[in-house]
Every structure is written in C-alpha cells, then in structure tokens.
Design a protein around this ligand. Structure first.
Ligand code: OGA
Ligand code: MN
Length: 293
C-alpha cells in the first residue's frame, strides 16, 4: 500500500503509512496537504529523517522557511535556523538564540502570530527525547469554532485580538527580570481577526497564549472572553496528545490548530529538529474576505 491513514482521535490527528522514499519523492504531497488541512496533525512512524531528508520532505509540501533570509526589517524576527532546520532545545549550547523563548511552548499557542502571515505548518522530529514528560498536544481550532452556537460565531467574527510577546512568555516565566520583560515588550505586536475565514471557506478560531487583548473591549471582559474560549478550544474532544518515539515525524497545521508541549525534565536535553513552511494566506476576517461569485 503506497499511502494509507487512520485517525488518531475522532477530531484531531491521523497516522499515515507511507514508505520513506515515497514520502521524500513527493508523489503523495497533494494528498498529505489535504489530509493535514482536514486532520490538523499527521504522524509518520519510523521515518527518522536526517536534516537533509527533513528539508526535502518539507519542500514537497510547501515553501521551506530559511532562517537567515527571513529576518524581519525589525531585525528581531525569530531565526528559524540556518539552512531551514531549527534545533528546538532548552540547551543554550545547542540553540542560544531560541532557548530563552521556549518556556512559552508549554502554553497553548500558534507559532508566528507576530507575523502578518503566520507559518502554514511545521515538520517536527525528535533527535533526543526527555526521560519524563515532553508529550506534545494539539487542539483543533476549526472544530472548536464549528461547535459554537451561530449567534456566538457571528459575534466573535467581528472581533480582533492583539498578539504580543509578553502575553506569550510572561505566563510561562512569572519570575522574569524587568530586563527580560523589556526585551519581550520591544517586539512588535500584531492584530489579527479572532476568526479566520480561510480561502478554503472553512473558519477557525485564532487563539494562542500570545493573544493579549480583544480590541475595543474592556480589559476585564477581554480577559474573561479569551480565557473562556481557550478553555472551550482545548477540551479533550478537540485534542490529540502525542507520545513521542524516536523515528517519528509529525507535521502540524499552524493555521487551524494550536499546540503545546507538556513539562519535561530539563536535564535530559530533549532536542527536536524542525522545518517550518511559510504561510500562504493572511488571517482574514469574514467581512473583508474577497466576495465569491
Ligand atoms: C515549537 C513547539 C513543541 C514541542 O517548536 O514551536 O511548540 O513539543 N514545540 O517542543
Ligand atoms: Mn510552537
């Protein structure tokens, strides 16, 4: 069988069976993209891709982000790694620039909400596992939106949320120094619609720990709304929790899903290698979506 898949949970995640060479060859790239859009996260077991193979697979699926060329004009856009492979590790010897932003990964988030066009997807493979903990969880934000009552959907579609670096990091690093806080605060903010009307016609909630406040709403009301939506969207029925094995390759959708990593022991030097695919559409609200005939 060249390509087959089974669901990992009712509403999130599929495991795909495909030969490594076929995966790298890209013959099923269209099916994989479609399945990723529908299922939010894809698991391939026993792949153990080298960095070169990870890049090759990424390039069959989309536009591989190259770190050096993607530095923003502000000079502060997070570097995705030379040659398109980023090492995700808390060890500052492995990735000095990135390690101090990683505590935010423990909270539910989308990657790159500071960008106008957030990344499309991430390819993620373990290099070294933690002894304990370190599962990664994924939540389906299409399903969370679809299950809301129609009047609430309509109200949410009118709202915009400002995403900030302090909002993403402070809850994970309450003991930060004023200097650290000031660095986070110096990063650009970005306002996005709360509901993403995708080109496909489907809609998803744009939720992330980076979502600091709802525009034009009292701060207390905004806080309660974002907290309630986050609780709604991360109920077990929308979540797939992945327990890693060496050799796994996971691809997650960053447009209709959130993810988080569960706590793990810092001493075990957990290390993953990742490739990021650049986004293909800005987060567009329903009212400013192009009219269809
Ligand atoms: C990330 C991330 C989760 C993990 O790399 O963006 O959130 O399991 N990683 O390390
Ligand atoms: Mn992330």
């Amino acid at each position: 069988m060249a390509f087959s898949s089974v669901d990992l949970s009712p509403r999130m995640g599929s495991q795909v069976t495909i030969d490594k060479s076929v995966l790298i060859g890209g013959a099923h790239a269209g099916e994989i993209r479609a399945l990723l859009d529908r299922r939010g996260v894809l698991l391939f077991r026993g792949i153990a891709p080298s960095d070169g193979e990870l890049r090759a697979i990424a390039r069959t699926l989309g536009d591989l982000r190259l770190g050096a060329s993607k530095r923003g004009a502000d000079g502060k856009t997070l570097n995705e790694g030379e040659e398109g492979v980023l090492k995700v590790s808390l060890d500052e010897n492995v990735n000095p620039e990135y390690a101090r932003f990683l505590p935010g990964n423990h909270l539910w988030h989308m990657d790159g909400t500071y960008e106008q066009i957030p990344p499309l997807a991430t390819l993620f493979t373990p290099f070294r596992l933690s002894r304990t903990g370190g599962d990664t969880c994924f939540a389906n934000t299409y399903a969370a939106f679809e299950d809301l009552p129609a009047d609430e959907q309509a109200a949410l579609e009118k709202l915009r949320v400002v995403h900030t670096m302090p909002a993403a990091l402070f809850p994970a690093m309450r003991g930060c120094t004023p200097e650290e806080f000031a660095v986070w605060h110096s990063y650009p903010q970005r306002s996005h619609p709360l509901v993403w009307h995708h080109r496909s016609g489907r809609k998803s909630l744009v939720l992330s720990t980076s979502g600091a406040w709802v525009e034009d709403m009292h701060q207390a009301e905004s806080h309660d709304l974002l907290e309630r939506l986050m609780r709604h969207a991360t109920q077990d029925k929308y979540v797939y929790r992945h327990k890693w094995q060496l050799g796994d390759l996971v691809i997650w959708d960053n447009t209709g899903a959130m993810h988080r990593v569960l706590p793990f022991d810092r001493e075990s030097s957990r290390e993953f290698h990742r490739c990021t695919l650049n986004g293909e559409e800005p987060i567009t609200a329903a009212q400013d979506a192009p009219a269809t005939a």
